[in-house]
Design a protein. Structure first.
Length: 255
């Protein structure tokens, strides 16, 4: 019998983390060394948004999508091209109604920047599921519950976004101290996870500082998908910290 794989959520922050050596990137490298080797990774990224539908990729070799602007040239030279996991993408599609289409889209930076830290050899097959931007938080939490069955099939589920993500108010300094509402929201999320109030996190606006912490839900929806897929498994925190004053870089490991 296969061992159930864990679920991971990573606050990915700036694309520059892909080229930096800092406490966050070192923690992610250490996490990758500690994780069991999966047969495949399902990544749910804040940077693949669809509306009114879900879509999967994994039907063709991956291109590295540099979906950001104004960064140093070295960032655009980074490539990450793991094998596509078409069979596992089909297994994921079978869990969802209607079954999402599977396409040949490449890996966006929400996926490849974190996967590159965890599995730098790019030798673990990967596929992605889009985020239905128009759907509510409860949808994404329930989506994760449905996808949790993949954990018994050798799939590591990884959400990539940020629990707190406010670019309009961010500091230009990566080490800028977190503003109070960032701390309040991030720590309340941790409290709810640890106290078994996970379904309540779908309504982020009801939490202290929710409107500032999640001005748009694109980076929060992958967290809810991971939260749902984690079921009631004990959570640990491979990284806790803040970048640019208004980003939570919290990583959560379920199982």
């Amino acid at each position: 019998m296969k061992k159930k794989l864990p679920v991971l959520f990573i606050g990915h922050g700036s694309p520059m983390n892909a080229a930096l050596d800092n406490p966050f990137t070192r923690a992610m490298a250490a996490l990758g060394e500690s994780l069991p080797r999966p047969e495949a990774i399902l990544c749910v990224s804040a940077h693949w948004l669809t509306e009114g539908e879900l879509r999967l990729n994994g039907s063709a070799p991956f291109e590295t999508i540099h979906d950001f602007h104004g960064f140093p040239d070295e960032l655009y030279r980074i490539t990450y091209a793991p094998p596509p996991a078409l069979d596992k993408a089909r297994a994921a599609a079978a869990l969802l109604t209607p079954a999402p289409a599977i396409e040949g889209r490449g890996l966006d930076h929400g996926a490849w920047t974190v996967l590159r830290m965890l599995y730098p050899e790019a030798d673990v097959p990967v596929f992605q599921l889009s985020v239905d931007y128009a759907a509510p938080g409860s949808f994404h939490y329930a989506l994760g519950r449905r996808l949790s069955a993949l954990r018994d099939q050798g799939v590591l589920i990884a959400g990539s976004g940020n629990i707190v993500h406010n670019l309009a108010l961010m500091s230009p300094e990566q080490d800028g101290p977190p503003v109070q509402w960032n701390l309040d929201f991030d720590l309340k999320v941790k409290e709810y996870i640890d106290k078994g109030r996970r379904a309540d996190l779908a309504d982020y606006a009801a939490l202290p500082g929710g409107r500032l912490a999640v001005p748009t839900p694109d980076h929060y929806w992958p967290f809810l998908a991971a939260l749902g897929a984690g079921l009631e498994d004990k959570a640990s925190y491979p990284y806790e910290g803040y970048h640019h004053a208004t980003l939570s870089m919290r990583a959560v490991l379920f199982g």
